[in-house]
Design a protein around this ligand. Structure first.
Ligand SMILES: [Zn+2]
Length: 385
């Protein structure tokens, strides 16, 4: 949802770093503090008993796990659509899955946005099933309402609390308050209908600001009525939402200049490319020394893009091997992916990590043939009013 402050890495799953911000510990502390009291009176055990405390710690861990799984739901859908997730960070207002670029179609945007809430709904459903199958619906409902006189076991009370918390997380995230999940879903639908991402973002961000102000108002009302903590917390979320929504609107005013422009419209056509069978020696002489560029695309006999060759790596090939090896044997690792379709929208280049690395991307047509090259400078010119 939002970016956090100082944080440290907890663990890694499939190359994704899961980090927590110090503020997240306030959440865990409050959950443990408040729930151990609750479980204590529920179980009617003496103050010296460790059972309520253990249940509270387990509940906090379950809550933490639920939020991480929610963010992994976003990450999974992003990865399926070719968007990398480098980091999931948790802080006082929840989790954020950091994507290495924005979605380039309304369908992708929708799938990534819904991925988290779907996981949260599944977690809630599983917890409900466990609760209802164990103690029946009526008792489980009372447990979720934290009715202390039900007399259920501590474990079922914990299942009930986690189910309720996941329902609250689901409800909150589905509110159409951009940049929260519900707001992103609204944006994807508006984008699908209008065909314009910037118009959709402006609409969703406008709605987000309205919700942000509502949260601030409601939070202040709660605070003066005595629920100081939840009131202040809600008001702060409101402040964050209005701020992020405003930033999204400002950014959109810039990127809307790219609306409808395709990569193929601004690229340089017929870039100089090195045939794959060229020896390293020949590549140095006829390309690197002649043009003084630090990289070249490499193509096969059919002009299909194979990858990039980099000056630094060519220089490292021993003199004795330079005539016997070809450029195709010294391609930059994974550089076959450093291309984009000429049909792609220009705005999808914004924040593209390969573009950042090279300052340029190779452009291919639908046959995979090298059609051109698009550079950061060209993108910058297109963004200027
Ligand atoms: Zn989410």
């Amino acid at each position: 949802m939002f970016g956090g402050g100082r944080s440290f890495t907890l663990f890694k799953v499939r190359g994704i770093r899961v980090t927590v911000d110090w503020s997240w510990f306030i959440v865990l502390f409050l959950v443990i503090f408040w729930l151990s009291d609750f479980y204590g009176s529920l179980l009617g055990v003496p103050n010296s008993s460790t059972e309520p405390y253990l249940l509270a710690v387990a509940s906090a861990a379950g809550f933490f796990g639920s939020i991480v799984l929610h963010e992994l739901g976003h990450a999974f859908m992003a990865a399926r659509n070719g968007i990398g997730i480098t980091r999931i960070s948790l802080w006082i207002f929840g989790g954020v899955a950091q994507m290495d670029r924005e979605s380039d179609s309304p369908g992708t945007e929708f799938q990534v946005a819904i991925g988290g809430p779907v996981v949260t709904a599944l977690i809630a459903a599983v917890l409900f099933a466990i609760g209802i199958l164990t103690v029946g619906w009526a008792e489980f409902r009372d447990t979720m309402e934290m009715d202390q006189f039900v007399g259920t076991s501590g474990v079922i009370a914990m299942v009930g609390w986690l189910a309720a918390v996941n329902l609250i997380v689901l409800f909150f995230n589905l509110l159409p308050a951009f940049p929260m999940d519900g707001g992103r879903i609204v944006r994807s639908i508006a984008w699908k209908i209008t065909g314009k991402r910037s118009a959709a973002t402006r609409f969703a961000a406008g709605l987000g600001r309205i919700f942000g102000y509502l949260f601030i108002g409601l939070g202040l009302l709660l605070a003066v009525r005595g629920s100081v903590f939840s009131g202040v917390w809600l008001a702060l979320i409101g402040v964050l939402i209005t701020g992020s929504a405003r930033a999204a609107t400002v950014q959109t005013n810039v990127t809307s200049r790219l609306d409808g422009i395709k990569v193929g419209d601004i690229m340089d056509e017929h870039p100089v490319a090195i045939p794959a069978t060229t020896s390293v020696d020949q590549a140095l002489d006829e390309y690197f020394l002649r043009y003084q560029w630090s990289w070249f695309p490499v193509v096969d006999g059919g002009n299909r893009f194979l990858g990039m060759i980099i000056r630094d790596q060519v220089d490292q090939v021993p003199e004795t091997d330079r005539t016997s090896t070809t450029v195709s044997e010294h391609l930059e690792l994974n550089s076959r992916a450093f291309h984009i379709s000429e049909e792609a929208l220009l705005e999808s280049l914004l924040g593209n990590p390969d573009m950042r690395k090279f300052g340029a991307l190779m452009v291919t047509d639908h046959g995979g043939q090298l059609a051109g090259v698009v550079t950061v400078e060209q993108l910058g010119r297109a963004l200027k009013p």
